[in-house]
Ligand binder design. Sequence first.
Ligand code: MTE
Ligand code: MO
Length: 314
Amino acid sequence: MLIKRSRGWDIPERLATPESVFLDRRALLGGAAGLMAGSLLATRPGFAAAGPYPAPRNEAFTLDRAVTLERYSGDYNNFYEFGTSKTVLPAANALKTEPWTVKIDGLVEKPFEIGVDELIRKAGLEERLYRHRCVEAWSMAVPWTGFPLAKLVAMAKPTSGAKYVQFQTFLDKAMAPGQRSFFYPWPYIEGLTLAEAMNDLTFIVTGIYGKPLPNQFGAPIRLALPWKYGFKSIKSIVKVSFTAERPKTFWEGLQASEYGFWANVNPAVPHPRWSQASERVLGTNERVPTLIYNGYGEQVAGLYKGLEGERLFV
Ligand SMILES: Nc1nc2c(c(=O)[nH]1)N[C@H]1C(S)=C(S)[C@@H](COP(=O)(O)O)O[C@H]1N2
Ligand SMILES: [Mo]
């Protein structure tokens, strides 16, 4: 059961309209009719709460498949802070996302802390259609709203010694029952090389389906790295650190032989316990072949020239 949260004016429309229709209609808003609808909406109470959503779509990012409807993607999540099942939505209601600040530190000119709303204002938002491939061999395709991580890197001004970017999720046992489990090396940590961080595909996400991120998707700010297995796309980020050493990631700490640092999607390299050759598409009965770099090789394969000795696909 999908519990809808109150988000001002857009609620009645979203309750009444499948996301596909919502998205198509949104694409039509752009001409004179769109401007008029916008100005009418702007006079309605509660409009300001929707803020910068929906953001304009960047048409450079296209899909080879249908967008996965929220009724499938929004009730099938991995968010271990709130439990190990896919149905973390009810537990994730406890995630308190306001206020939320992100700390930028490590090898930067001057460390700073910035509120998410201010970060969004400074960076600006756009919408991109991306595929997502979980290491567990399920996949989806969704409209993320956010901005390239490269913009945040530019604000951070890393010094010449910075080679990696480390991301950290919040740590709050009272709020997140999963973090009371000693089995996991909390907090959730992920990392990228600086070159990966600067790639145009690397996207900081603050929204989905034309609205702010619902909690279970990793509100209020997460990563989307569509050419890597989903666990690299860390949720609910509180800290971004620039480092000289490769970060030790959450899943690497737990089981390095199964979940490594690079984790680029490759159908030819099986997980030690299952094949990665194909994937189950959420919301369908389909299994489709998995593509190298999840189909994004043209944009990212160059990042890995000269790194053939690395375990790029684990
Ligand atoms: N902090 C945190 N980030 C996380 C996870 C998590 O458990 N905790 N799960 C990862 C995994 S395995 C996947 S597949 C994606 C799932 O994102 P979604 O629930 O929005 O589909 O989030 C990733 N980011
Ligand atoms: Mo995943």
